[in-house]
Design a protein around this ligand. Structure first.
Ligand code: NAD
Ligand code: MG
Length: 382
């Protein structure tokens, strides 16, 4: 059966690779909706090629341009954030691929779950901010939250056929980012250009900076906690610079299962989209002689304090991961605009956490308010 997919954030790194997957499997997938924030040029090209029934451009200043460019095609063109939240509920949508970046993913994902859509989740911030709420909703509406993040796809695959009670712990692998071997004095001076050059993955700007600070791993631990219903003490991070072992699960008998593959996001994207089936692919295969050494080491919390900050926020619970996420989004944006340094990001996050209102219990409106408040506070430290 053909799956009709809404790709939110189709002009981004994950979105573009998802469209490659669709193009490779025309009998299995069709594009129902494409959305972008501001890259109208690419959105227009994608719409002309993949024939969605609707496209949404969030930045309404580009709405007329997109409408004009697509006027000869049978496609509805909408603008604005609300349209983005509405279109995911469309009757013809079977699956929503959440591939936008940041807190902006939360509300569309919540709407899609409530409309009973299957979710392929790349947007990890949704689970960082409101993991308890979102996973509870998914259970209530009997919707699968299918991980696209490579580590979580690995864990998901390792858990197949196993009992939840028999999981002892999960190891999330980290490449270590572009600065794995730099000492703190040099790290303090790195530029955004250096930070954007990831050794094993080619990704969007925000996640590339998060990978350089190891905040990305912190976000992923929180993501895993909710996605797989784990206690914080059941999750460990292990640095594996080759990015071949995508994560591991250890069971109560001491046995460890791992999932391996070349670092290629099209693989976890394809698995989430085709689940519960596997489809044939022509992606390059892993070749053992190319990787004589697969190495593993502990992360260094002294040089990469953002990882510990994220783990602390997870243990504190409530709205703390939401506050931390908002502060991190502001800090990363500041770093990308040369307005703060590598450890300046850490400072912005720590100060915001100290100043923001802490809520032990939080609902959707609390998260929206916490995100707003934390952004204002964080901005005052930039
Ligand atoms: P990206 O910056 O390359 O693309 C982001 C996409 O979302 C773009 O299409 C953009 O137009 C859209 N977008 C951005 N802000 C938006 C907003 N406020 N409202 C609506 N749309 C918006 O990002 P990416 O690297 O593709 O990452 C997307 C998500 O997937 C992130 O949450 C990231 O953590 C996660 N992820 C990415 C990778 C990867 O390899 N790139 C791997 C694992 C997880
Ligand atoms: Mg990942």
């Amino acid at each position: 059966m053909m799956k009709r997919i809404a790709i939110l954030g189709s002009t981004g790194s994950i979105g573009k690779q998802a469209l490659e997957v669709v193009a490779n499997h025309p009998d299995d997938f069709a594009v129902e909706i494409l959305t972008a924030k501001s890259n109208f040029k690419l959105l227009i090209e994608q719409a002309a090629r993949f024939h969605p029934s609707t496209v949404v451009i969030s930045d309404v200043i580009h709405l007329d341009t997109v409408k004009r460019a697509l006027s000869s095609l049978p496609v509805t063109v909408l603008g604005g954030q609300e349209a983005l939240e509405d279109v995911v509920t469309g009757e013809r949508v079977d699956m929503v691929l959440a591939a936008m970046v940041g807190f902006a993913g939360l509300l569309p994902v919540v709407r899609a779950i409530k409309a009973g859509k299957q979710i392929a989740l790349a947007n990890k911030e949704t689970l960082v901010v409101a993991g308890e709420l979102v996973t509870a909703l998914a259970r209530e509406y009997q919707v699968d939250l299918l991980p696209v993040d490579s580590e979580h796809s690995a864990i998901f695959q390792c858990l197949k056929g196993e009992q939840h009670a028999e999981i002892e712990k999960v190891y999330i692998t980290a490449s270590g980012g572009p600065f794995r071997n730099l000492d703190a004095v040099i790290l303090a001076e790195v530029t955004r250009h250096e930070a954007l050059k990831h050794p094993t993955w080619n990704m969007g700007a925000k996640i590339s900076i998060d990978s350089a600070t190891l905040m990305n791993k912190g976000l992923e631990v929180i993501e895993a906690r909710w996605l797989f219903n784990l206690r914080p003490d059941q999750i460990d991070v292990i640095v594996h610079p080759q990015s071949i072992v995508h994560s591991l699960v250890q069971y109560c008998d001491g046995s460890i299962k791992a999932q391996l593959g070349l670092p290629d996001m099209r693989l976890p994207i394809l698995y989430a989209m085709s689940y519960p089936k596997r489809l044939n692919s022509l992606f390059p295969r892993f070749h053992f002689p190319d990787y004589p050494n697969l190495t593993f080491e502990a992360p260094d919390p002294a040089r990469f304090p953002n990882l510990s900050i994220a783990l602390g926020a997870m243990r504190r619970g409530g709205n703390m991961p939401c506050v931390m996420n908002a502060a991190n989004e502001v800090a990363v944006d500041a770093f990308l605009h040369d307005r703060t340094g590598f450890y300046g990001m850490t400072e912005i996050i720590e100060k915001t956490i100290r100043q923001a209102t802490f809520l032990q219990e939080a609902g959707l409106t609390d998260y929206i308010e916490s995100d707003r408040e934390a952004r204002i506070i964080a901005q005052s430290f930039v």
